[in-house]
Design a protein around this ligand. Structure first.
Ligand code: SF4
Ligand code: SF4
Length: 294
């Protein structure tokens, strides 16, 4: 095994790996003494699908949801941007109430998995990953002292993770692929990081980008596909992963218009030339100002 990807992302260790058939002694319920303790110290990393579920539940745009309910963080040393749920200064999730989670039906993936972590590994030379699980045992969580036992598969079924796993899969595979390439040389350009953020998390901005004339002039897609993107976040989210695979790894699955690359290069050259000229003018002006004062 060469590389790992996990939820929560913060774990650097590789603890004992568990399988779907492993028995788990755990039960969380409203009457337990620690009820809500985990949500009062929440450190929840969000996937693109988590964001769509939550912002739809709250009736917000993705841009508003990101601004009001998340904080940015760096997922790796190269500065890949990720988002976590915002908390109070004391660390409590903004969605926790005395009654429990106020967004329970749409709670994020890692809330569903807790107290399990979820880790995918890509064996050297293999194209498909293997999934393993690990147990997170924290002192405040008394669920481990309950008598109820079930397999991990039974626990995850109860938590309804299947839809989330399916929707997260392509994006997590992209992350895994990036990691399996090993450390890159320094931090990627800011524009690449911003593009990753938009394609992953901000469907409103990504939609505007995809429906723009620039995009349509570059990529050769049927009009019906654009119409789907206009109204469907999930199709757009899946397209975002395809687009990133093409932009970052050269996996060409989105047809480009003939000559679009040359046109783009020419346009960029014109922009660079305009910037160069502006910089020369700025420097000349600065020199003139210096001597004018003298
Ligand atoms: S989203 Fe719900 S389950 Fe997750 S930390 Fe917040 S209150 Fe707890
Ligand atoms: S048992 Fe664990 S998961 Fe359940 S409320 Fe208590 S701390 Fe949270």
């Amino acid at each position: 095994m060469s590389e790992k990807f996990d939820i929560p992302f913060k774990s650097d260790t590789v603890p004992a790996m568990l399988e779907l058939g492993t028995r788990l002694r755990f039960r969380c319920h409203k009457g337990i003494s620690c009820f809500n303790a985990c949500c009062k110290q929440a450190d929840i990393t969000l996937t693109p699908y988590d964001i769509i579920r939550l912002k739809d539940r709250l009736g917000k745009s993705s841009t508003d949801f990101l601004r009001e309910h998340t904080v940015p963080f760096q997922m790796d040393r190269e500065g890949l941007p990720g988002v976590k749920l915002k908390t109070t200064d004391e660390g409590a999730c903004l969605f926790v109430t005395e009654e429990g989670c106020s967004v329970y039906g749409d709670r994020p993936t890692s809330c569903r998995y807790y107290p399990l972590g979820h880790m995918s590994m890509l064996a050297t030379g293999s194209k498909s990953e293997e999934t393993h699980y690990f147990l997170v045992k924290e002192d405040h969580c008394k669920g481990h002292e309950e008598a109820q036992e079930q397999t991990i598969a039974e626990y995850l079924k109860d938590q309804e993770t299947a839809q989330f796993d399916e929707m997260n899969h392509e994006w997590l595979t992209l992350m895994l692929k990036r990691r399996s390439m090993g450390p890159t040389v320094g931090r990627p350009p800011e524009a690449t990081l911003q593009m990753f953020f938009m394609c992953s998390f901000d469907m409103d901005r990504f939609r505007r980008f995809v429906l723009s004339d620039n995009f349509r002039n570059t990529y050769d897609l049927e009009e019906s596909i654009y119409q789907t993107f206009e109204k469907e976040d999930l199709s757009l989210m899946q397209f975002g992963v395809r687009f990133m695979k093409q932009a970052f790894f050269g996996e060409r699955t989105i047809p480009e218009r003939e000559g679009a690359w040359d046109t783009r290069l020419k346009e960029r050259e014109e922009v660079w030339e305009a910037r160069r000229q502006a910089e020369i003018t700025r420097q000349q002006q600065a020199e003139d100002d210096k001597y004018k004062d003298a």
